[in-house]
Write a protein that binds this ligand. Structure first.
Ligand SMILES: [Fe+2]
Length: 301
């Protein structure tokens, strides 16, 4: 059984990779670990890379890397995928820091890379910049959300944790409430990417750092219903929506419910359907979605 347990990295096509590198290095407080002629590798603190920026003529999310349990050899991972009708291949030394990986595409055409090991040069956490704990989750827009969630649940063995109406389905491959959420937008797109912070004081510091860099918070702080993460959202220099969050619900799979918290609407809280995504009634402004869709129109992925 293929069992991812960690969101490893996100690789972006960038119109201006230098500007994006400055944002991740100076504002996000992450560390450049490697650089080739057209690609920059950036670590949040331990792994060789967490975010990768590639010079391109478009701006889009291109590759998502998941670390998978070692109980299945990579050659057998390919066999399992091929048996499901999915094209996949083992690649060696396809990227720095990852000796071997299996590459495939999800139903929307996002490139997925599954790997057992990534080098851990551990550049550490920076004192300047936001310096998030980790890359926590990615929210994607799908051409066919049911097909996509079926793939992640049945082939990659993600667990279902929540739904918001008929819009978004939340999935996890570890204890975090979600590592991936899939929405029906009728086309392939990235809605946002999210990094975990330590606590509310870290959130306040992040907001001050964003303000000093003239980067407005476009939504939040708000506590969500699905996941109960307290989040703010801002745009990176290429209009990718970036979430910074704390307090993500932890899913105890053997119990089928979330680790109880005082702010939960019911105890014990189990995966369910929510009407809205704002526990504090801080409405999601349609202008934010407009900005996401505008980017998608301008730079289709
Ligand atoms: Fe999120």
């Amino acid at each position: 059984m293929i069992k991812p347990f960690k969101l490893g990295y996100a690789e972006f096509n960038c119109l201006d990779a230098e500007k994006m590198e400055n944002y991740y290095s100076d504002v996000m407080g992450m560390t450049v670990t490697d650089k080739t002629r057209d690609t920059v590798y950036i670590s949040s603190g331990t792994d060789h890379h967490t975010v990768v920026l590639k010079h391109s003529n478009e701006s889009s999310l291109d590759i998502i890397g998941y670390q998978i349990e070692q109980n299945v050899e990579l050659n057998d991972v390919v066999k399992i995928l091929v048996a499901e009708g999915i094209r996949a291949e083992v690649k060696s030394d396809a990227r720095p820091g990852v000796h071997q990986l299996v590459e495939l595409q999800d139903p929307d055409g996002f490139t997925l890379q599954l790997f057992h090991e990534i080098e851990t040069p551990a550049p550490g956490y920076k004192e300047n910049g936001i310096s998030p704990f980790k890359l926590g989750h990615i929210a994607i827009g799908s051409m066919n959300a049911k097909k996509s969630t079926d793939f992640y649940m049945n082939v990659l063995n993600f667990s279902y944790t929540d739904t918001i109406g008929t819009r978004a389905t939340f999935l996890t491959c570890n204890t975090d409430h979600h590592v991936l959420n899939v929405s029906s937008f009728g086309h392939k797109m990235m809605h946002h990417i999210a990094f975990e912070l330590k606590d509310t004081s870290h959130h306040v510091r992040s907001a001050d750092i964003l303000a000093k860099n003239e980067m407005p918070i476009v939504w939040g702080p708000s506590r969500h219903t699905a996941g109960h993460n307290m989040a703010t959202y801002h745009h990176d220099p290429e209009l990718n929506l970036i979430e910074l969050y704390i307090d993500m619900d932890q899913y105890i799979k053997p119990l089928g419910h979330f680790d109880p918290r005082p702010w939960h609407e019911e105890l014990p809280l189990k995966p369910r359907v929510w009407e809205d995504n704002c526990a504090w009634y801080t409405k999601y402004e349609t202008t934010i979605l407009d900005a996401v869709l505008k980017k998608t129109e301008l730079q289709p992925i």
